[in-house]
Design a protein around this ligand. Sequence first.
Ligand code: GLU
Length: 428
Amino acid sequence: MSGQGFNPFQMAQQQFDAVAEKLGLEQAVRDLLRWPEREYQFNIPIRMDDGTYRVFRGFRVQHNDARGPAKGGIRFHPQETLDTVRALAMWMTWKTAVVDIPLGGGKGGVVCDPHNLSMREQEQICRGWVRQIVRNIGPYQDVPAPDVMTTSQHMIWMLDEYEKITGIKAPGVITGKPIGLGGSLGRTEATGYGVVYTIREALKYLGLDITKTSASFQGFGNVSQYALQLYNQLGGTSIAVSTWNHKEQKSFTFRKKNGIQFDELITITNKFGEIDKDKAQELGYEILPGNAWLEEEVDILVPAAIENQINKDTVSLIKPTVKIIAEGANGPTTPEADEVLKARNIHVIPDFLANAGGVTCSYFEQVQSNTNYYWTKEEVLSKLDQKMTSAYLSVLELANKEGVYMRDAAYMISISRVSEAVKLRGWV
Ligand code: GLU
């Protein structure tokens, strides 16, 4: 998905190969880690509301489970491909390793567009997805979660189907569930808040006062919404947000130079994170082209939509004022663009570190579900802050010690942890 000719799996392998070389990894370890351990592809036949039948394509890729059960979300997207899911599964392995939680990496998807599906049809897809993979997921095998265009509602349908088939209550099989049905307080906020915990630490490191900084965001889905909310609460000024417009099939940037208020923007945002153009105009937002978010004269950029957004064609749009790029999305920056950011000395908080708050909280959810004892929101968020802060500081320390780019330092930590696990297990 996301761009002609762009293959996220090739990008993920390219990133891995470069660091494997730097670390001098043995050939067998490289061969094992540059491909997923297991991949499943299947059909999901559904009876539509009008009585006709349609068949959707589903995937689950388990990249690596040496450090614990595979873990990662399920995306519903019309341009989903096996290679996208492979890349995202691989990035999940590095993500769980960089925050040092006892889980591996996996990802799933269904080629479909929820914009054009009723809730009943989406429920059938969720249940059909579980029926096809039920033997290969589970609290001790592989634990799915929400991702692009899937929510707690999808997760509870999936859990329900799993429990119906297996005949047991197993809330630990899936995370991102609704509160009261095995979900964790703080899970909804976790990814966005996690992004801001790392921004807060990066600002301290750079000696910048957050209240004197400004930021521009791409996307206004779950990650961006809570990132913007917490960034504002800590005193930062959010200038611009860019979102997809399904009706016009292109994106737009919404700008308020004196600062966007979360409570206002959320009232004109639909469940897919798309901002209503007409209502935005009435509320005094300037409406600019989709890429304008990247051209703002801000201190911080937060790409929190999809892959391949900061690439060789767009990287030159970034203004000299930008000091930090905190990647809320998975894979938003290509290796070509990375070279430019490195040369410009922009402090990049790489995706699998910056957005690890979601899976970290999923891990907390799993612990709570498996023990059937639930924590307060304060407890969850303070544990999340600790995990994110210490992961960020470890990456920063290594980057400074070795004189390497933040993304390379994060990769070095993750790949070392995973390669140690596969070697200790005697796999290679
Ligand atoms: N889909 C999220 C991610 O990309 C969360 C995964 C999870 O909670 O397992 O990190």
